[in-house]
Design a protein around this ligand. Sequence first.
Ligand SMILES: Cc1ncc(COP(=O)(O)O)c(C=O)c1O
Length: 391
Amino acid sequence: MSSLVNDVTENLASYPMETLKEIKEGLELKGKKIFDFGTGDPKIPMPSFLAQTICENIPKISQYPSIKGTKKLFDAHVSYLSRRFKICKFDSMSILPSRGSKEAIFHIALSLISRGSKKRKIIYPSPGYPVYKSSIDFAGGEPYPVQLKEENKFRLEPWLLPKSIINETKAVWVNYPHNPTGATVDQSYWCKLLDWCHDNSIILLSDECYMDIYDHESSFKPQSPLALSSELVISFHSLSKRSGLTGVRAGFIAGDKRILDPHIRARANFGLALPDFIQAAAAAAWGDDKHVIARRKIFTERRNHSFKVLNSLGLISEKPQAGFYMWCKLPRAYEGQDEKFCLSLAEKGVITTPSSWLGDQTKGYFRLALVPDMDDTLEAMDIIKEYISEI
Ligand SMILES: Cc1ncc(COP(=O)(O)O)c(C=O)c1O
């Protein structure tokens, strides 16, 4: 019998994080203590003022929320963009709330790709967040992965692509601080990328999920291209990592009015309005920086310690300045066998992600998400040390 679902759904691989969950469950059944560095979902308690805001705003009568969001939430987004990136001109920009950034990343392609158009390619980084590709597939676009290379500091440089590809490109995804490599970029990169996008009428989609998780001891603060121009730029923000609200699902998209004003009509059809009590908590979270400083300190401590150990084992050479991932080279004995390495490390209780799950042609690495607390991080690093010395 032919498939009852379309070819895109039929051919979807299972979402990598679901596979990790199954491996973990198997180990738990065997009674193994698990150190889960797999999925990037830290278990730090939600700031209490945000939990309280949610409770206080649960309405007596439950009615449909607005897709545009409340004025209070809009003001909180504007205030965050002004404080964090010193953006002061908002006339050519629109800002829309989103239910975290995953759905916003997924849905934008549905408004950008025109069936039958020649410009149906969307460029994205590989390795990278898997939703860039799947969103393009579902929207009927042509995914165009660009391999990120260590010798190039994992920077996506679309200006190196052949003109024939550039002519067929509608948009380009970038994600700095980058998941999974931890790469960051400086202002000159953003200027060059923006110029290239403007020269070629290509939309810049900037995934800024890890923007606020940077080294709290360093003077380096990741920047958004939106601070330079909103023309042909859309940036995607999230409270998941910034405020520890992965389960609440809140974020926003900001950028070129000419794209986002029509896109809001599409979003109304997708049914993506944020419940009012979540909008209230999101407004409080975007309005406060203190809890974010506390989170930054936690991740800086984990990053510093795990880097020290992993670096001494020759698995990583440069300490990431932001995000909460360690992108490690496979030990010699496992060259080209990332899945095999991660599975054998998992047998010791340490769950990591093989690089090929995060990019088709990326085989030489494994990723640790610095999710376990400091005690578990210390214990897990000892296990890795012992394991590496045995192979
Ligand atoms: C690079 C990147 N973008 C976007 C997301 C989506 O995050 P959320 O939907 O929780 O905002 C993630 C989640 O891990 C991510 O790693």
